[in-house]
Design a protein around this ligand. Structure first.
Ligand code: SF4
Ligand code: SF4
Length: 371
């Protein structure tokens, strides 16, 4: 049986602007109905790294907050700390970055709660008993909330092909220790011919695993490396690429799905997903920059089925033509945009595995809401 995915395009008029369309989508997709008066509602977001500009505009989030309050819920905005040493690896830096990116209380009308606490140690071990993980380490605030609404910016991702709702929920709600478990199959490699020995990667590495010494190139200590992937995008010369230990290229995607199963396990259907298909950048909002979008802005989607939603999003993007002035200009990619952006990654695995473990179905009905 197919799941319903609701859609609105990016057109706006004087009668109905995009912020009002988000409100309409929230109601018509039934997300409002999962909230009961008094529920603590976690609105799971990515606040964006310092310097990034691809994340969802706070004005849209304010409208979602309003809708949650109208339904009687008590919303808070949340994300868990990052594994890498950027501007969101502890709650102090994370909150500062979120506020600098526009998510101040005065704008979004809701408090910000960092899901795994001050230093990432505030998490709950949630039993899942799946292929990779017997239990998963999820930020407490997410598990203790009555409802989770994941609001996702859909884009490319250097380690999972694309980053959608499954990534936002599974990776995003994992505590720092959980993120380390998910990344443990990833191993970066330095290409000697491209390395300029600038040492930028070693300054960003959270584990101190990279040295630039007499060899005049970066050397990664595999015993210390956490697999966070930060160096692969930090290198300005493209000298570091992702490799997978023991050919475990699917490991990260599958663990991310298992973490998603953990997050949703105690919510008894009180979860919903809303995804923005705009500013579709080649890489994640975890980076301190956002490259030009690779396809046009497509629309905003909502569903109670996380798998159907991600499947619909990836198919909508893959139907698009690539934009001039983007990373894919002149390189093709139509038909498989994310494969063209990240040729080492088979992004299909996260969707297949999510369906296998019962998180939802890839079979969906796309319903355009009346505007
Ligand atoms: S060397 Fe390992 S720990 Fe350091 S930034 Fe790269 S992936 Fe992360
Ligand atoms: S950032 Fe790139 S070029 Fe600079 S030392 Fe590291 S691998 Fe080499």
């Amino acid at each position: 049986m197919s799941s319903k995915v609701y859609f609105t395009d990016m057109r706006a008029t004087q009668k109905l602007n995009l912020i009002d369309k988000v409100g309409k989508l929230f109601t018509e997709s039934g997300l409002k109905d999962i909230i009961s008066p008094g529920d603590l509602v976690a609105i799971k977001l990515h606040f964006g790294e310092k310097g990034n500009t691809g994340f969802i505009r706070p004005q849209f989030i304010r409208r979602i907050v309003e809708e949650v309050k109208n339904a009687g819920g008590k919303p808070f905005l949340t994300d868990a700390n990052t594994l890498y040493a950027g501007s969101r690896s502890n709650a102090v830096d994370h909150l500062k970055t979120a506020i600098e990116n526009g998510f101040a209380y005065a704008v979004v009308d809701a408090p910000l709660v960092i899901a795994d606490g001050l230093s990432g140690k505030d998490y709950i071990n949630v039993p899942v008993k799946l292929k990779h993980c017997s239990d998963v380490k999820i930020g407490s605030a997410v598990m203790l909330a009555d409802v989770i609404i994941a609001v996702t910016h859909f884009k490319g991702h250097e380690a999972t092909g694309f980053g959608g709702a499954i990534k936002n929920v599974g990776m995003g709600c994992g505590s720092r220790a959980g993120k380390q478990v998910m990344h443990s199959d990833m191993l970066p490699r330095v290409k000697e011919s491209k390395c300029k020995a600038c040492a930028r990667c070693s300054q960003w590495c959270p584990a101190g695993a990279i040295t630039v010494g007499e060899l005049k190139m970066a050397v990664i200590d595999e015993k210390i490396c956490l697999g966070c992937g930060e160096c692969t995008i930090t290198c300005p010369h493209g000298a570091i690429s992702v490799n997978w230990k023991n050919n475990m290229q699917y490991g990260l995607q599958e663990k991310m799905v298992e973490y998603t199963a953990g997050v949703l396990s105690n919510k008894s259907g009180k979860y919903g997903f809303l995804t923005f298909l705009n500013n579709i950048t080649p890489d994640c909002d975890c980076f301190s920059f956002s490259d030009a979008p690779v396809v046009r802005d497509i629309g905003i989607l909502a569903s109670k089925d996380i798998v159907a939603l991600d499947q619909a999003c990836v198919e909508l993007v893959n139907k698009e033509r690539t934009l001039p002035g983007s990373q894919l200009e002149g390189k093709g990619g139509e038909g498989d945009i994310f494969g063209a952006l990240h040729p080492n990654i088979d992004w299909r695995r996260q969707l297949e595995y999510a369906e296998e473990v019962g998180l939802g179905t890839r079979d969906y009905e796309l319903i355009k809401i009346k505007t």
